[in-house]
Design a binder for this molecule. Structure first.
Ligand SMILES: [Cu+2]
Length: 399
């Protein structure tokens, strides 16, 4: 039944992208020994996806019929969207950007729209949700809340798409995500001369690419944000605001660059995270995902996404202002989900501190720490966001 449903969902839009990731739920075997650092990362991702689905299927067979209300039969699928579906997603994001903020002005004085309510909670909590034990679960809950708002408040019938980093890693400008077409989230085609970006708070200098200007194409052409910038790493950006409560209309800049994506969106990095040394423990997985700035600016996949897009994405506080944020973090969540399913013994553990760079030192995170979403969703504990099919509000998987 689960296999049948997968086919129905995948074929509904009849797009080739989904068909390249076949369901392997009841295949007899997924040969993980085929994984090799020399293979194309898209192929490696496909094999990992098949192995993940097979594990979920086998787990479901073992635990039936006691399983929670969430199953492969009724779980939401976040998948590649065909152009028509992408338009639906884009229209819903635009809808959220047109609705008034409902946040308390004491919390989000510069917010004007429902979209800004999401930026605001990310900004206010930045020092407690990055480089911390809550990083992966907080951002999982964040994009889920965003997806829920699109569906409940803007009539979106689908689920979140994700930016597949490994497609067009050598040429992100021509990715369907960023190619400037009306089914993309826009490009970076307004050239703006600048001196590049300084990643990791200045540790890692990056060269400029060919964009850098405001979004000048696609459905988010000329959009403005009102919160920030606060700590942008790209040169020439508007000066930082004195306070994140300061109302500061400014455009969303990008400078799509293969410099980082071609170096870090590799098969070796994907396999290290999901099956290699970094996959062994919850701590090593999170450390590797977040990067090791002390190690010659080794970025890994989270930071690599932000510094492939550049512009507003170089601001750890206000990167949410760019609609690309949610697509990037959906891909992070997909890799997190795959790792969890493939490493069940470690998948429910949390590692890390409570503050960015442990400053101020407030101790280690536990699974009972709160994940705060402001007006966007109820406060939950970390352990409630650990599984995407655990019978909490979450009930989704990735295709
Ligand atoms: Cu973040």
């Amino acid at each position: 039944m689960a296999l049948q449903r997968w086919l129905v969902v995948s074929l509904a839009c009849f797009h080739a992208a989904a068909l390249t990731i076949p369901p392997s739920c009841n295949d007899s075997h997924v040969d993980l020994s085929r994984l090799d650092v020399s293979m194309d990362p898209m192929e490696a991702l496909s094999i990992l996806q098949q192995a993940t689905m097979r594990n979920l299927y086998l787990e479901e067979q073992r635990s039936m019929p006691q399983r929670s209300t969430c199953s492969l039969e009724n779980a939401a699928y976040r998948e590649h969207l065909c152009p028509r579906e992408r338009k639906g997603f884009i229209q819903a994001v635009q809808c959220l950007r047109s609705k008034p903020s409902i946040a308390d002005p004491d919390f989000a004085k510069a917010a004007r729209t429902r979209y800004d309510d999401f930026t605001a909670v990310h900004v206010n909590l930045t020092n407690f949700i990055h480089g911390t034990g809550s990083f992966l679960t907080w951002h999982r809950y964040f994009i889920w809340s965003f997806e829920k708002a699109l569906r409940d408040e803007c009539g979106y019938a689908g689920y979140l798409p994700y930016w597949n980093w490994f497609s067009h890693a050598d040429d992100p400008r021509n990715s369907p995500v960023f190619d400037g077409s009306d089914t993309s989230i826009g490009g970076d085609d307004a050239y703006f001369p600048h001196n590049g970006s300084a990643a990791f708070f200045g540790y890692v200098p990056l060269p400029p690419a060919n964009g850098g200007g405001c979004i000048a194409s696609g459905p988010f052409k000329d959009i403005q944000a009102t919160i920030g910038p606060i700590a942008a790493g790209m040169s020439g950006m508007e000066p930082p605001v004195a306070s994140f409560h300061e109302y500061n209309p400014h455009c969303i800049r990008r400078d799509l660059s293969p410099h980082v994506s071609s170096r870090f969106f590799t098969t070796a990095n994907l396999l290290n995270l999901t099956m290699g040394d970094a996959s062994k423990t919850s701590k090593s997985f999170q450390d590797e995902f977040n990067g090791r700035p002390q190690d010659n600016g080794f970025m890994r996949l989270h930071s690599a996404g932000h510094y492939t897009i550049n512009g507003e994405n170089t601001d750890i506080y206000t990167s949410v202002n760019d609609p690309a944020f949610v697509l990037h973090h959906a891909m992070i969540d997909k890799v997190f989900w795959m790792w969890q399913v493939l490493h069940p013994a470690e998948s429910r553990k949390v590692a890390g501190t409570l503050t960015l760079q442990n400053n101020p030192p407030l101790g280690n995170a536990t699974i009972y720490d709160p994940l705060i979403m402001g007006v966007n969703a109820d406060t939950r504990m970390i352990h409630e966001l650990m599984g995407t099919m655990d019978g909490t509000s979450l009930c989704y998987i990735y295709a």
